[in-house]
Structure formats: C-alpha cells, structure tokens
Write a protein that binds this ligand. Structure first.
Ligand code: DIG
Ligand code: MN
Ligand code: MN
Length: 388
C-alpha cells in the first residue's frame, strides 16, 4: 500500500474559511470557537497542506483599524514562514456584508457597484502582497430572487464592466495575476448569473482582456446544476482556461454542502483526479470544503487530512488504471482504427468532401459491434473497490 502523505509537490491548498469554519449554518450558530488566521496556518501546516488562500475579510476584518490589520498580517506572515506555507490564491468577500444584499457588481445601486470595485482593488493588493498569482471571483450575491428587479442582460453588462475595469487595474499595477471566475447556479441568491462553468467560459469571451481570465470550477456547484463536473473541467482545460479548481463533494439536489473531497461520489472524484493527473494539471488542488458541524478541531484536521488522502488514493488508482493490462487492452480494442477513414481526416478540402459524399457505409455492420463498456466499467469498479 502506498504512502498517502501529502507533500508540497501535490499543491494541496485550503481557504482560511474552510478549516476556519465555525460550523454556523442557516439553522444554528457556531459550534467551534474561531481561530486566528495565524492559528489556522499552523493547523494547515500540521496536516501537511502546501498553501492557504483567503478572502480579504478572512484575514483582515472589514472594520479592522490599520494597527489591527498590521498586527494580523505580521502574525500571519510569521506563521506562513514557520510552516513553509504559501498563498497561491486570494479572493474578495463580496457577499457577507449587508451592503451586498442585492449583489456587488450587478447591484442596482451605483454606490454599491463602486464600493465593490474599491473593495476588490484593495483585496487584490492584499492578495498580491502575500504572493497570490491567482485571483478568484465568486459572485455569490450576483443574482436575483425576483427578475422584476433588473434586466438580466444589464446585469451581465455590469459584471463585464467590473471585470474589464479590474483587468485594467491589474495591468496598471503591473501585477502578475490571473483572474479565475467561479460559477454557482444558486444559493445564497435564488438564481445566480453565469450559473455554470460553461456560462463563465462564454462570458469570458466577451471581456476586453479574455486572455487574463479563466475559470475556477467547483465540484459542488456543477453537481448542484446536475452537470458532469469532469466534463466541464475538461472543456475549461482544453480551452486553456482552467486557472484554478475548488475540490469538494456534494449530494445531488441539495444545498451547497462543500463536503470533504471524495466523500460522496467516489467514481466522479476518480474520473476528475484521473483527468487532472492525465493532463498534468499543474495548478493548486484547492479544497473549498469544510468539516461536518459535528466536529471539534481534531475533527477539522481529520477533514483536511481526508481531503488530501482521498485525492492521493484516487491518484494511485488512476495510475493503476493506466497500467492495468486488461483495461488498456480493452481500450486499445475499442479505439482500434483500420485506417480506412484516414483520407477524410483533418482539415476540409473540396476533394475530401466530394470523396466522403460518395463513400459507402455499412450501417448494420458498424452498429452490430459490441463496445465492451460494461466490462470496462466493471473493471473500473473492481479497481476502485480494491478487487483488482
Ligand atoms: C464558494 O464556493 C466560493 C467562496 O468560498 C470563495 O469566494 C471561492 C474561492 O474558492 N469559492
Ligand atoms: Mn461551494
Ligand atoms: Mn468555491
């Protein structure tokens, strides 16, 4: 059995808000006492994380005085140095303060939209100060309960104006920063604009600086929308837009559970890990999740260790899949190519089109072939259950 000990090269990261979650939920208050950012860094270092991410207000409370902010940053920086952790990603809390009750960039109130830009610029400065190279935007309040309140196209335009402004700010400051947009279909708003990663990819293409902007897909959010998460990740990767990823787990048809990675849908988690490792994704493996409300901080450490351990177990299973002689023989058989269609492959030419229009196809013979996917999938199940 391999050693599933997390190492820096695995690039496992957690947000301060994940292991720092006090267990509050819509139906109950905190069950754990809050820890300081520095204390959370020591906790993450103890369990073997590579890095830590933060919203501006996870690190610096929204009403902190400059002296309080300086003290917090000093302790945080010392903890990072003591534990050898880095800060690969930062983001802005544009959803907690009541001012954002009707959104931030898409709010109907121009004062709110302007304040959101100010808060985000200051937060970008803070993230860059600690070395962040990826900046995430999750528009948790950019949505509606009633579509009587605003024109949806206007809301999208407001989102674009904000992103174009902030891309210019990053360029103006000379920051080495890539921006990653995170989708979610609903919660806390009744409906959220740009609800899936696919919508975000389309939105990015309309921006003034699309080359600076990618996506940060989250497992739970795409599962909430009933979408195959790995397919969305593959589409983002294939278009060069997978700048970051939020790993967790989710029961379909439920609120955003942000469960420990791999704790619900092991098969989906396997295919995701297999994809990321097969394409040699070199970004953070960020766990945007939190421990059950039942847990104390020892349980929070169990949660963090479990996220990383399951990822490493599935990484080994993916390698086993790629080395399994029977699975690979089946895949070779399934993907066999007799070369007869080679004349039609590749770019269009009038000659190819003419020849292809004349080509005879024996539909019955072609369709009669059994594809052995049942055997292939059972071998996958055997592998995941440790039966091979
Ligand atoms: C929720 O899934 C969001 C917030 O936690 C944060 O803004 C972002 C960072 O990964 N994910
Ligand atoms: Mn989530
Ligand atoms: Mn997330």
């Amino acid at each position: 059995m391999s050693d599933f000990t997390p190492k820096p090269e695995h690039k496992f990261t957690f947000g301060l808000w994940t292991v720092g979650s006090t267990g509050r939920d819509p139906f109950g208050g905190p069950v754990r006492s809050p820890k300081s950012p520095a204390e959370l860094v020591y906790l993450l270092g103890e369990v073997g994380a590579y890095g830590v991410n933060f919203h501006d207000n996870d690190l610096i409370p929204i009403d902190a005085t400059p002296a309080e902010a300086a003290a917090i940053k000093k302790d945080f920086r010392k903890a990072l140095a003591d534990m050898g952790l880095v800060v690969p990603m930062a983001t802005t809390n544009l959803f907690g303060d009541p001012i954002f009750k009707d959104g931030a960039f898409t709010s109907n109130d121009p004062k709110v939209r302007s304040y959101a830009l100010q808060k985000t610029m200051r937060s970008i400065d803070l993230g860059v100060e600690f070395g962040a190279k990826i900046y995430v935007f999750w528009g948790g309040r950019e949505g509606t309960e009633t579509d009587s309140s605003k024109n949806a196209a206007l809301a999208i335009r407001r989102n674009r104006e904000a992103m174009d402004f902030l891309c210019e700010y990053v360029l103006d400051q000379g920051y080495d920063l890539k921006l990653a947009l995170e989708a979610k279909p609903n919660e806390p708003r009744g409906d959220i604009y740009n609800p899936t990663t696919g919508h975000m990819l389309a939105f990015i293409s309309t921006l003034a600086h699309p080359e600076m902007v990618g996506v940060n897909p989250e497992v739970a959010h795409e599962h909430m929308a009933g979408i195959n998460f790995m397919h969305g990740v593959a589409q983002a990767w294939e278009s060069g837009k997978l700048f970051h990823i939020d790993l967790n787990d989710q029961y379909p048809g439920r609120y955003d559970q942000d469960l420990r990675f791999g704790s619900r849908d092991i098969k989906a988690a396997f295919y995701l890990v297999k994809f990321l490792e097969d394409v040699h994704y070199d970004g953070s493996r960020h766990f945007d999740a939190h421990a059950y409300r039942t847990e104390d901080y020892e349980g929070v450490k169990d949660f963090a260790r479990g996220c990383m351990r399951t990822y490493l177990i599935l990484k080994e299973k993916a390698a086993q899949f790629n080395q399994d002689a029977e699975i690979q023989a089946l895949l070779a058989e399934i993907n066999a190519d007799d070369g007869s269609m080679a004349p039609f492959a590749g770019k269009y030419t009038p000659q190819k089109a003419a020849a292809l229009k004349e080509q005879a196809f024996d539909r019955q013979a072609i369709s009669a072939r059994g594809l052995r996917y049942e055997r292939l999938d059972q071998l996958t199940i055997d592998l995941l259950l440790g039966a091979r």
